[in-house]
Design a protein around this ligand. Structure first.
Ligand SMILES: N[C@@H](CCC(=O)N[C@@H](CS)C(=O)NCC(=O)O)C(=O)O
Length: 202
């Protein structure tokens, strides 16, 4: 198997963390989908990373599909519960954290355009998704040790990736001050080798 992705993407990081936690060997092929010579569209018609290329040449995308597949490959470190109800709760955390990343990536791209072409209303709309998303994550985490249930799960992985991406692209967003419980969780996650080894790189 080969994973195609950039070193800055929070979605690629999610997959890399899941691979590491589950002790699955997988070569990383770095490809930045925004560069003119990118090969990503040959593997994913949507032109987005991550893409997992299987040994038979078939491909999996997007990150949600990939991590579901990876979690079934080995019982080591189950990250997504099998039963429908808890499974759906963990997937809901994933939708929330991924949504924050989508909004943050949208802002990052919009801000790269010349200032006159930027749409201020659109930027505010995306910022609101981030702030409401942080509120929701903080409220749902509460005083618990982990986002869902008693154990570390994919819910914690995706929250860690979203917070890490905010730090990477928007250090001016002071989410730690507003949400000390998210900071506590982020510190715990930052100590894990899978997180340390996948810090976003420009
Ligand atoms: N929902 C997708 C999102 C993937 C995504 O947006 N990836 C970005 C990098 S962070 C990308 O490849 N963008 C290129 C493009 O949109 O053309 C997933 O979870 O994999």
């Amino acid at each position: 198997m080969k994973l195609i992705g950039s070193l800055s993407s929070p979605f690629v990081r999610k997959v890399r963390i899941v691979l590491a936690e589950k002790r699955i060997e997988c070569e990383l092929m770095v490809d930045i989908p925004w560069t003119p010579d990118t090969q990503v569209p040959e593997f994913n018609p949507l032109g987005k990373v991550p893409v997992l290329v299987m040994d038979d040449g078939s491909t999996l995308f997007d990150s949600r599909v990939i991590v579901e597949y990876l979690d079934t490959l080995t019982p080591v470190s189950r990250l997504i519960p099998e039963d429908a109800r808890p499974r759906t709760s963990v997937k809901r955390w994933e939708a929330l954290a991924d949504g924050i990343c989508d909004a943050a990536a949208t802002i990052f791209l919009e801000k790269k355009r010349p200032e006159v072409q930027q749409n201020a209303d659109w930027l505010v709309r995306q910022e609101q998704k981030i702030f409401r998303g942080l509120e929701a994550m903080s409220e749902e985490l509460g005083e618990k040790n982990w986002c869902f249930g008693e154990f570390y799960s994919l819910a914690d992985v995706v929250v860690g990736c979203a917070l890490g991406y905010l730090d990477f692209r928007f250090p001016e967003i002071k989410w730690r001050e507003a949400h000390p419980n998210l900071e506590k969780l982020a510190e715990k996650l930052a100590g894990k080798p899978a997180f340390k080894d996948t810090l976003p790189v420009a």
